[in-house]
Design a protein around this ligand. Structure first.
Ligand code: ADP
Ligand code: TMP
Ligand code: ASP
Length: 238
């Protein structure tokens, strides 16, 4: 049984620990909740646990549908075992409906259904507030190769094909989401997390927000809303 050894990295919401196996890590989902690249930080009770179970469900769903992820198994309420990836410092975003930064950047109203999903890359860099970058930046600055860019794009679209109908079937709109990828044994693998912290989920009928925008915009009932989304997907959170 693998257990936590030295701390590898502690980020805004999760801490990674080395294990006895140099190819695996233990991720601890903490209650810390951060927005605006670490500018607003609060502890929200149950968040670590809710996100750990949410992420496990989605990662397993993706794996069952043939998409390679870093997820190995749940270890406890706030811990999961994952493959240790060589992370690519790029965030891949897909948008099905306008919200958030695309509205600010392009002067759009929130809530417009896009004719086809929009794909964007951002550099993972909090002090610079995750600037948008393109394929050319990623290649020239050696963050990833052209082949890896292609793989990340294809996998991010494939996640949309799998998850958009899953949310819709359960009365929710998958508005947008952010994914992070890494290298493992010569392959590009989905890493990090898929939780209401890194995506936008709206009730399909009322468009009520069930994601981290509740925290960003001080709408209240943040974790209660994450739990509503989890419950609708059939995720059991003890
Ligand atoms: P941040 O670094 O943005 O503050 P988190 O608090 O979520 O974010 O920390 C998790 C960190 O772990 C992220 O930087 C992410 O890129 C990295 N990470 C996620 N999954 C893996 C993995 N399987 N192997 C190595 N690093 C990972
Ligand atoms: P944005 O509208 O702020 O660009 O975010 C788009 C989606 O990606 C949204 O669901 C939030 C998620 N996201 C993160 O989780 N972390 C990030 O650093 C960024 C840039 C986006
Ligand atoms: N994910 C970033 C943070 O944790 C940005 C955001 O969610 O607003 O601060």
């Amino acid at each position: 049984m693998l257990s936590k050894q030295s701390e590898l990295y502690s980020g805004k919401a999760k801490t990674l620990y080395n294990t006895q196996d140099d190819k695996s890590l233990i991720v601890v989902f903490r209650d810390d909740t951060s927005a605006f690249d670490g500018v607003k930080v609060e502890q929200l009770a149950r968040k670590g646990k809710v996100n750990n179970y949410f992420n496990a469900y989605i990662m397993q769903y993706l794996e069952e549908h043939g998409l390679k992820t870093h997820f190995i198994k749940l270890l406890s309420d706030q811990e999961s075992l994952v493959k240790k990836l060589d992370m690519i410092p790029i965030e891949c975003v897909i948008r099905n409906i306008t919200a958030g930064s695309i509205c600010r950047r392009l002067g759009l109203e929130e809530g417009k259904e896009l004719e086809q999903p929009v794909f964007e890359f951002f550099l993972k860099n909090d002090p610079l507030h995750d600037p948008m970058v393109n394929d050319s930046h990623i290649i020239v600055f050696n963050w990833a190769t052209a082949h890896e860019i292609e793989a990340m794009k294809n996998l991010t679209f494939r996640v949309n094909e799998l998850l958009k109908p899953l949310f819709m079937k359960n009365g929710m709109l998958l508005v947008d989401y952010k994914l992070e990828f890494g290298r493992f044994g010569g392959e590009i693998v989905l890493g990090d997390e898929f939780t209401p912290d890194g995506c936008r989920i709206w009730d399909a009928a009322t468009r009520e927000k069930l994601d981290k925008d509740r925290f960003r915009k001080d709408l209240g009932n943040v974790i209660e809303s994450y739990e509503i989304a989890a419950h609708r997907l059939g995720i059991n959170i003890p």
